[in-house]
Design a protein around this ligand. Structure first.
Ligand code: ATP
Length: 294
């Protein structure tokens, strides 16, 4: 049940002292940060820093070892995510998520994927009865609304013409955007995206950035994303939180984060062959990088 608790009314998500242990390994260590309503917040860090574990705690896949996760709706209702089961995080708290690997129903059509996402409101409109499905005017109205919402998203991601094709036949970048559209069809307050730019070419990355800006600016949905593509992170994020070995090492606007010596050191701590790549992507200056090198 939604509970009211005093916290930052501007924050859609408040993470308070989150810790997640797997046996002797502390994957997330006393992490606190806020994602502001209406912002695109990026969670970044080297491989194994604990980013996906944070997402799994937020979305109810893991129950945190310690800490509190508060999702606040625009109407002020607060949902204590660490206490909710996985399905309630999506349905009740209205947190939607995509995964590192694409999880569309590849044998279903593009349109069907967006209709399945609206299963819950459709069933509600049916009164959960066969008679309701067959005859209630409320159900027919809900069905028309669901088709209209799906069509609007398909138009937005430029896939209306592929509505009746199997989702698995779409090019990779289109599948990524369809997944985001599917998540948006659930009407989320917070959209969590795990590496949405992974595997995209530059044109597809630009399309993705446009879509995420549209979601931020035109819908009442805040975005939290994990992303390794620094060009995308720096271009679209309002706020960046940096993890290293499960701990927060920086938290601020992109222009500060890219010059933060702790962040530079964390990234340069990855494999030697990746240093030049990270350097080029983030646009680091050599003198700072040299200083930061252990
Ligand atoms: N279910 C699990 N059981 C045991 N250890 C786990 C589990 N999930 C994650 N870990 C460990 O927790 C640490 C953080 O992993 P996590 O996947 O959260 O990192 P990440 O920052 O998302 O990495 P990447 O960028 O490579 O996806 C890693 O050491 C990982 O091996």
């Amino acid at each position: 049940m939604a509970t009211r608790r005093p916290d930052d009314p501007d924050a859609v998500l408040t993470v308070d002292h989150l810790t997640m242990r797997f046996g002797g390994l502390t994957a997330v260590d006393d992490l606190s940060f806020r994602a502001r309503r209406g912002d695109i917040t990026a969670l970044i860090g080297p491989n194994g820093a604990g980013k996906t574990t944070v997402f799994n705690c937020i979305t109810g896949f893991y129950r945190p070892s310690e800490g509190m996760l508060t999702l606040r709706h625009a109407d002020g209702a607060a949902h204590l995510l660490e206490r909710l089961p996985n399905h309630a995080v999506n349905r009740r708290a209205r947190v939607a998520r995509t995964f590192q690997n694409i999880r569309l129903f590849s044998g279903m059509t593009v349109l069907e994927n967006l209709m399945v996402a609206q299963h819950a409101p459709l069933m509600r409109a049916s009164g959960y009865t066969l008679l309701g499905l067959l005859g209630l005017p409320g159900y027919r109205r809900a069905e028309r609304e669901a088709v209209a919402k799906a069509s609007a998203w398909l138009e937005r991601i430029d896939l209306l013409r592929r509505a009746d094709d199997p989702a698995g036949d779409l090019p990779y970048g289109d599948q990524r955007r369809l997944e985001i559209a599917r998540a948006m069809c659930t009407g989320p307050e917070l959209l969590c995206l795990d590496e949405p730019a992974a595997g995209l070419n530059p044109r597809e990355s630009a399309d993705l950035a446009r879509l995420l800006r549209h979601i931020r600016d035109e819908h009442a949905t805040s975005v939290l994303l994990i992303e390794h593509d620094m060009a995308v992170v720096m271009e679209i994020s309002d706020h960046v939180v940096v993890l290293d070995y499960g701990k927060k090492i920086a938290d601020g606007p992109p222009r500060e984060i890219r010059e933060d010596p702790k962040v530079i050191a964390a990234y340069l701590g990855v494999e030697d062959e990746e240093i030049a790549e990270v350097d080029a992507e983030v646009g680091l200056t050599i003198p700072v990088a040299e200083e930061a090198r252990p």
